[in-house]
Design a binder for this molecule. Structure first.
Ligand code: PEP
Ligand code: MN
Length: 334
């Protein structure tokens, strides 16, 4: 339920109404913009006497919210959420690009790639230190050492780092060292992990689960937000379909749908969606056209010998090309 407050309402009257609602055991999510002032109610709103609220002079109207996600809902907050990371931002109308290897392999490798993607215009460095692999016999990442290498790459280039955390314990131990905490597709519904990152006041990149609906993705964002952390960036990375040619099927329609349903920024990961390096460029261009807030792209200096996801990684030169094409496309869309 949303209560739209009349413009120029006096604080005392508003406080009185808020007090009354809180006494009934409901939470209030207040949002004030240039042309609106709304109270989003969270909890069982059947306890409300609707005709009494509608009769209140400071209430313009009541809006019923049918969706199960509230804080992530655009009705609760009509303005786009902008996630700030140092002097950078995601969701501010620019097209932010996160790039780097699937996994951190050596210090030299990650620093070299970081330098290259930065010179091509990337805003953030990605790299897995702890890897969620389908097989327990595959490379599992360098762990803490990998994180140290990422920090060195950040020191060298200034690029903030994005890396995946797979458990609440990991978050406890390493969150301070990471600029954006990635929750991978396989952990999108790891609710203990979501609640843990919800207690932080730090950006979280939440990837869509392999078989998750848009509503399930938004409910996972709600888990994080319900704990107080509203800095959530969503990521469409392809979903399972019957098609086998590509690793997953990039759900491009999810971008405008999510933009309509939610105020949270959404980026696209064409690498994990396609699973094939030569599809990264066309899918990245498409992501920009359908209104995504940015990209996450896997870049490797030696894809043929990468320890993870080499077949979907593009070389730094190709990444540079892609960034040039994106900037021309962006210009043509203004
Ligand atoms: C990744 O970004 O390295 C990754 C494992 O992606 P996903 O969780 O989308 O499979
Ligand atoms: Mn990968």
């Amino acid at each position: 339920m949303i209560i739209v407050i009349r413009p120029k309402t006096q604080k005392e009257q508003l406080d009185k109404l808020k007090e009354k609602i809180k006494k009934l055991g409901l939470q209030i999510h207040e949002s004030i913009g240039q042309n609106y002032h709304i109270l989003g109610l969270i909890g069982d709103t059947r306890v409300l006497d609707l005709s009494q609220i509608e009769g209140n002079r400071i209430v313009q109207k009541l809006i019923h919210v049918g969706e199960p996600y509230k804080k992530a809902n655009r009705l609760f907050k009509p303005e786009d959420t902008i996630i700030k990371v140092g002097d950078r931002a995601i969701g501010n109308g620019e097209f932010s690009v996160i790039a780097g290897p699937c996994s951190v392999e050596t210090k030299e490798q990650v620093i070299e790639i970081a330098r290259q993607v930065k010179s091509s215009g990337a805003d953030f460095l990605r790299g897995g230190a702890f890897k969620p692999r389908t097989s327990p016999y595959s490379f599992q990442g360098l762990g803490q050492t990998g994180l140290e290498y990422l920090k060195e790459a950040k020191k060298e280039t200034g690029l903030p780092i994005v890396t995946e955390m797979m458990s609440p314990e990991m978050v406890e131990k390493y969150a301070d060292d990471i600029d954006i905490i990635q929750i991978g597709a396989r952990n999108m519904q790891n609710f203990d992990l979501l609640k843990k990152v919800g207690k932080l006041r730090k950006p979280v990149l939440l990837k869509r689960g392999l078989s998750a609906t848009i509503e399930e993705l938004l409910m996972s964002a709600e888990y994080i937000m319900s704990e107080g952390n509203e800095q959530v960036i969503l990521c469409e990375r392809g979903i399972r379909t019957f098609e086998k040619f590509t690793r997953n099927t990039l759900d491009l329609s999810a971008i405008p749908v999510i933009k309509k349903l939610s105020h949270l920024p959404i980026i696209v990961d064409p690498s994990h969606a396609a699973g094939l390096w030569w599809l990264v460029e066309p899918l990245a261009m498409a992501a920009l056209v359908v209104g995504a807030d940015g990209l996450m792209v896997e870049v490797h200096n030696d894809p043929a010998n990468a320890k993870c996801d080499g077949q979907q990684s593009i070389k730094p030169e190709k990444f540079n090309n892609l960034m040039n094409k994106l900037s021309k496309l962006k210009e043509s869309m203004r």
